[in-house]
Each structure stands twice: as C-alpha cells, then as structure tokens.
Ligand binder design. Structure first.
Ligand code: SF4
Length: 242
C-alpha cells in the first residue's frame, strides 16, 4: 500500500496487478506505463508483462497494518473484475475490506458485466464504494450494470472524458468524478461536457468531484471549474468526516 497523488483518494492497495485494454478509455493507461517502469526497475511484483494478470495473496493483509482510517483505492494497477482474476480471490479481497472495516475502500472497474454477474456472490459491506468508468456515451451501459449490484455506495469515474454525456441516469448513484486525459497526446475534453455533467449532478443531488482538465501540462491546466474547485464526496462520507 502506498501514498498516492490521485486527488480523490488517500492510499492505493494492489492485491492484483496487470490488465488488458478493453475500451477507448484505456488508450493511455496509467497502470500500463507504471507497470512497465516498475518492471524495468526489477520490482519482483511487476516481473510479468502487464497483460499477465497476477494475484498477490501475500498482500491481502496490508489493510490490517494501517491502524488509522484511510481512504483506499483498491487496484490502481489492475482491474479487480478482469476475467482472469478468480472469483474466489475477489471474494477474499472483499472479505478483507469487510473485516478491516475502519477504512473506506474505492473499487473501480470497466468490467461492469462481470461485476454484475459476481455481485450476488460478494459480501458488500458499507465501507466499500463500487465504481465504474465511463469515458463516452457508448459505455453508459456500465452504469446500469453497477445499479444491479448490491454495492452500498456507487460511483462513476467519467475519466478520461472523451465525449459528451448529456443524458446520464444518476438514479442510485452517490458520487461522480470527472477528469480530462493527460499525457503527450491527450484527447481534448470540452468545457461544455463538464459543465453539463456538473449541472446533472446538482439537479440529481449527486456529489460531484472535478479532478482535472488534463492536457499536455495538467498541472498548469489545473482543476478549477468556473473559478472554483469541486471536491464533493459521497454524502455518508462527508457526514462522518465533518
Ligand atoms: S481497464 Fe484500467 S487498468 Fe485495465 S487497461 Fe484499461 S485503463 Fe488500464
């Protein structure tokens, strides 16, 4: 587990590593770049190619070591609901999250079909936030799949946002994150798309978090939207941390 600069979380925990690309949002995958770097540095955990999914049972105990409550992003270097990860291992990850209950966990996937299929076999505790990534209109079906799960807190990561999402159904959704792509050749995100999503969240009473504009110099582009930051968190979390 490690500290992270990702704006909407506190720590990362990676009980699995590796992934394969599944949709346009994967084009400049951060995990792939980091994996390649760590592999070149000789880190044993990353000794296999990125496309080889690996489970790391030896890392399942890590959340117990953190005595202070943390906000933990589970699998910044993989997708927990990848078809190559056995359901039995996923269940173990959820069992740890249930038992190490003083933390809050954020799990994010693009494999919303497997997520919905596995959901009845998962023990959904209150401290687990389950999210799906949606980068464009073509993938809004993932939100319906998320809605079918037993997750107590549900969120959307609309990042990298590469198209407008004018008709989001936010029923049952607690939190929405929006972010633009960064890197050497990022696909641009239009201001109107972001403003529209912010308005939809406001109308639906859903917490809105604006992560970044992105671009070739994401630091310079910043994360102000119409002169302010949007750092809202799911209601239950805000209520407990005020
Ligand atoms: S699903 Fe996520 S981790 Fe996997 S390739 Fe796509 S962006 Fe990378």
């Amino acid at each position: 587990m490690a500290d992270t600069s990702i704006e909407w979380t506190g720590k990362t925990w990676n009980p699995t590593t590796g992934c394969t690309k599944i949709s346009q949002g994967c084009k400049f995958c951060y995990a792939e770049t980091m994996h390649r770097r760590l592999r070149a540095m000789g880190q044993p955990k990353y000794s296999e190619p990125f496309t080889t999914l690996q489970t790391h049972p030896g890392e399942l105990h890590l959340p117990y070591k953190w005595r202070k409550p943390e906000l933990i992003f589970v699998n910044s270097m993989s997708d927990l609901f990848h078809k190559d990860i056995p359901l039995t291992f996923i269940q173990k990850v959820f069992a740890v999250m249930c038992e190490a209950s003083w933390h809050t966990y954020q799990v994010l996937t693009k494999r919303a079909d497997l997520l919905a299929e596995y959901s009845p076999a998962i023990n959904w505790s209150d401290n687990v936030w389950m999210g799906v990534s949606v980068e464009s209109e073509e993938h809004v079906w993932r939100i319906d799949a998320l809605r079918r799960t037993g997750a107590k807190v549900k969120f959307l990561s609309l990042e990298p946002l590469i198209g407008p999402l004018p008709n989001l159904d936010l029923t049952g959704i607690d939190w929405v994150i929006v972010g633009g792509e960064s890197g050497r050749k990022p696909r641009p995100m239009q201001r109107e798309w972001v403003e529209d999503i912010q308005r939809q969240c406001e109308a639906a009473g859903v917490a809105f978090f604006f992560k970044q504009w992105g671009g070739t110099n994401k630091k310079a582009a910043g994360r102000l939207l119409n002169g302010r930051t949007y750092d809202e968190m799911p209601f239950t979390y805000q209520a407990n941390n005020q």
